[in-house]
Design a protein around this ligand. Structure first.
Ligand code: PLP
Length: 222
């Protein structure tokens, strides 16, 4: 059995029920992706629009593509026709653009709000109060072609397990608060995307139900 297949198998066998595996295929080839696909994996994620567009037409149509990288507003139109979920929504402006592109296509696009939980400055995302402000806005209430499914966050790149745990814990707390404040009667707000190759076990312990795993499936990126 190829390494990719056995990696997926091993990861899946360790995931608790209800935790969804997103295979992060950035920088990886069509052949690599097909190996995981042939093992049954259907959800894949890329962080760059250009790369996603270049690959997807060579791959089966039943793949559910997620975008996990910072999305520039002028690129929304390229992915709006097919994207299954945009995990990296980091502003009301972007949400509004996704909504209008989705409306043109007569579809609804699932989104996660990306929260800034890391210490690093260079990571994108909402702070709690900013997200509350966005979801409370009239502009948001008028958006009929997007669906906020939950939150996403990236922990600080560090070996300090306590730091990572603390960040995941706070994201989980924010997820519950946002759910209670705005989506208590809405079952579709149910996704907490946190955890990557090196920290997904901690993330699951802290409440994650969607993990985004790249190098542990496909090998390290160059
Ligand atoms: C690259 C990436 C991942 C996967 O990282 P690995 O450490 O290779 O598992 C997950 N989430 C985001 C947002 C990424 O950019």
């Amino acid at each position: 059995m190829s390494e990719i297949k056995s990696n997926v198998e091993q990861i899946l066998s360790g995931l608790p029920e209800g935790v969804c595996l997103v295979a992060v295929s950035k920088t990886k080839t069509i052949e690599n992706i097909l190996e995981a696909y042939n093992f049954g994996q259907r959800i894949f994620a890329e962080n760059r629009v250009q790369e996603l567009i270049a690959k997807k037409d060579f791959l089966p149509y039943d793949i559910q593509w997620h975008l996990i990288g910072h999305l520039q507003t002028n690129k929304v139109k390229y992915i709006a026709p097919f994207i299954s979920m945009i995990q990296s929504v980091d502003s009301l402006k972007l949400l509004s653009l996704i909504n209008s592109e989705a409306k043109k296509l007569g579809r609804t696009i699932d989104c996660l709000l990306q929260f800034h939980i890391a210490e690093e400055e260079n990571k994108f995302g909402f702070l709690f109060n900013e997200a509350v402000e966005a979801i409370s806005s009239i502009e948001y209430k008028e958006m009929k072609n997007i669906r906020i499914r939950g939150l996403m966050g990236i922990a600080t790149f560090t070996n300090d397990e306590q730091q990572i745990r603390k960040e995941f814990r706070s994201l989980y707390a924010n997820y519950l608060k946002i759910k209670e404040m705005f989506f208590f009667d809405n079952n579709s707000f149910s996704v907490l995307s946190m955890g990557m190759s090196d920290d997904y076990s901690i993330a699951i312990e802290e409440g994650s139900n969607m993990v985004r795993i790249g190098s542990k499936i496909f090998g390290v990126r160059k």
